[in-house]
Design a protein around this ligand. Sequence first.
Ligand SMILES: [Zn+2]
Length: 220
Amino acid sequence: MEEKLKKTYYIVLGILILLFFTKDIDVENEFYKNIKLITKPDELLVLVNKNNQLLNSYVPNNLENISLKFANKDKYLRKEAKEAFEKLASDASNLGYRIVAVSAYRDYNYQNQLFNYYVSEKGLDYALECSAKPGHSEHQTGLAVDVEGENKDYDNFEDTKEFKWMKNNSHKYGFILRYPKGKEHITGFKYEPWHYRYVGIDVATTIYNNNITLEEYLNN
Ligand SMILES: [Zn+2]
């Protein structure tokens, strides 16, 4: 009888150890699963990613035009993000850097078209890697901006002196590099040197100093 109990004990222990070591692997594979609808989309620290979705009807109520000095055409951000971005781009310009918004607020339907365009042109795998499904793009919050630098090629923004400046200074204006290299398993998105998210100066500084992502910051 005692032997049988012992055996059961070891089997249960084994299962628990197995569960413990596989739970992280599960988390990595859970993108676009167990999706939660976002209930407070206007919050400054709203988390939009592959597991947290905005309603298709959500439009921020305080979108404002970015000055055309710092945008390649009409681009909109939420008021607080727009003001911070213009200050950032203006200070950068005074230092000899060219930082220009090439994409900012994108509505649900546009994101839907964009995602479907990638699927039809390059296939589903490519679309999933390089784009977000509608409702899962941070650009719908009006708090995210894609920028280009001196080479006028956002895809190769990493090669510019502007990137180096943004990397070490954008937090002073409340922006974070949202999808850093090596954090893809946490953010669900590939490294994007050009994509910045407004979270306010205090939070951006904490995220910068601790070298973490918004997901990690919100879990702490
Ligand atoms: Zn972006």
